[in-house]
Design a protein around this ligand. Structure first.
Ligand code: SF4
Length: 505
């Protein structure tokens, strides 16, 4: 396993990032296929969900090898590293950190030895009972061959440790498959898991099904992935979603499905707004079509006289298409995006930093000059990007800039795998829409209503999590001090006293 050199990743422009995703997972069981390469391309298709680190674990039936490092999928792997990962089962992960720092130790798949072999696991989501699970791991009895302590400080490693270390009533170590019905019902929060032991690929989804997870079929095997678009890219056909509360196991005996909890669907509505790829379907609804419909409804709710509708590329593009269609105002490209700007390990120099948003977006002056613009974006978190954008469009000669947003104001933090910001950093927390518009320097600002956004997804409102918009969380949450990103780092740094304090009920 290569070891990262300790560098932390940096946003290219700190403070100007949008909502960040919390990981993409991919798994394949396919004897006779190059499973590491299939996983590489699956992760490549899921890169938008996590750009801090990437990893692939492969089993050849007798041992599991894990290769992971900091960086993008294309930076971490090459022909040589993929060529060294031979076998018939693979689990892959692309990470954005929500619990646990962005360091090599927290890259996934996580790996643990068990009494029967080993386990490698990737997780999309974020848990809300991390402190409780840390207590359970600490209290587990020692069994021969099992790793009890590693340097990882993410919630995922706790799941892996629990699955690796369960024992039966007589103290006999359980297999990874036998451990699942004991462990999965105890985990609270969002978890789409893809994991394996030497012989079997597993996939499990939390009872609310907050993050997506789908099953696909290859000619000679099976694939599981965070998004249906990743199936298309590796030549797998869509079979179905992994159901909320379902565990599946795939090996030479075929596919087994079992339930560890009753389904109580609360899919994340933000997947439809921004997170998922437009070519992905979630719960039977295409994401692109949802976004176009959000734009249409936004145009009806918040019309304005203007000459041109432009998107903030690319996440605002489908909603801008819908807004233009419903308003009758022509659609155009007013901004050119540098597609290759993503995460970088290079800290921008002061000169470059001052260029700000121009590193990502450059205005097409010839299109913009003298026009009254409607600028459509998917969401506003802190407002820094939109403020810079409005200024840039005015400098490029826009006569008026009207900002339209295809989701309601983000007022509440997400504890289920999206790193928006703290509540204090959210621009909509404590400001009216008019005040936000003034702060952005826009001629007008309007957001879509919650109901219109939800209706555009075609999913029944009670089956969606909308907590970042309306504060109605889909499950009870522990005290705020038990929810921090650095929860397990605090515990490690503070020793037993801090650990006990965190676990107190
Ligand atoms: S709080 Fe918002 S981003 Fe988080 S799961 Fe719910 S809808 Fe999605």
């Amino acid at each position: 396993m290569p070891r990262g050199d300790g560098r932390l990743s940096h946003d290219l422009l700190p403070g100007e990032k949008g909502p960040q995703d919390a990981c993409g997972v991919f798994g394949v069981w396919a004897p006779g296929e190059e499973v590491a390469k299939l996983t590489y391309f699956g992760l490549y298709a899921l890169q938008h969900r996590g750009q801090e680190s990437a990893g692939i674990a492969v089993s050849n039936g007798s041992q599991i090898l894990v290769f992971k490092d900091m960086g993008l999928v294309s930076q971490v792997f090459d022909e040589t590293s993929l060529g060294s990962l031979t076998g018939h089962i693979a689990v892959g992960h692309a990470r954005y950190s929500t619990t646990g720092a962005s360091v090599w130790e927290n890259a996934q798949p996580t790996f643990r030895a068990t009494a029967h072999g080993s386990i490698a696991l990737g997780h999309n989501g974020n848990l809300v009972n991390t402190a409780e699970l840390a207590g359970m791991v600490a209290d587990m009895p020692q069994t021969p061959g099992r790793t009890t302590r590693v340097a990882a400080t993410n919630d995922t490693d706790l799941i892996t440790a629990l699955l690796a270390g369960q024992t039966g009533p007589d103290g006999t170590p359980l297999s990874v498959e036998q451990a699942a019905p004991q462990v999965l019902p105890k985990i609270k929060g969002a978890f789409s898991l893809v994991y394996m032991d030497e012989h079997t690929l597993y996939a499990a989804r939390d009872p609310q099904g907050i993050r997506p997870l789908v099953l696909g079929r290859l000619e000679r095997g099976w694939v599981v992935a965070s998004e249906s678009a990743a199936l298309d890219i590796c030549g797998a056909s869509f079979v179905r979603e992994i159901e909320p509360g379902e565990l599946i196991a795939i090996d030479e005996q075929g596919l087994r499905s079992s339930r560890f909890a009753e389904a109580r669907p609360k899919g994340c509505v933000f997947e439809y707004v921004y997170l998922a790829r437009p070519d992905t379907d979630i719960a039977g609804r295409n994401v692109y079509l949802s976004r176009v419909e959000m734009g249409r409804r936004l145009a009806k709710e918040a019309p304005v006289e203007a000459d041109l509708v432009i998107p903030t590329p690319e996440s605002g593009t489908p909603a801008a298409v819908g807004y233009a269609e419903a308003s009758g105002i022509p659609y155009g490209s007013g901004l050119v995006k540098n597609s290759y700007v993503g995460r970088t390990f290079i800290q921008p120099s002061q000169t470059i930093r001052q260029l700000g948003i121009r590193l990502k977006l450059n205005p097409l002056k010839e299109v913009i000059r003298g026009k009254r613009l409607v600028v459509v974006d998917d969401s506003i978190v802190r407002g820094n990007t939109q403020r810079a954008l409005v200024r840039m469009l005015r400098e490029a000669g826009a006569a008026e800039v009207h900002v339209r947003i295809s989701s309601p104001p983000v007022k509440w933090p997400c504890f289920f795998g999206i790193d928006f910001a703290t509540r204090a950093e959210l621009i909509a927390n404590g400001m009216t829409v008019e005040e936000i518009g003034t702060s952005l320097g826009a001629d007008s600002l309007a957001y879509i209503s919650l109901d219109a956004m939800v209706e555009a997804t075609t999913i029944a409102k009670p089956n969606l999590c909308r907590a970042c918009f309306d504060g109605e969380y889909p499950m009870d949450l522990p005290d705020p001090e038990l929810l921090g990103k650095q929860l397990l780092e605090v515990e490690l740094a503070g020793g037993p006293d801090a650990a006990d304090a965190l676990r107190r009920p």
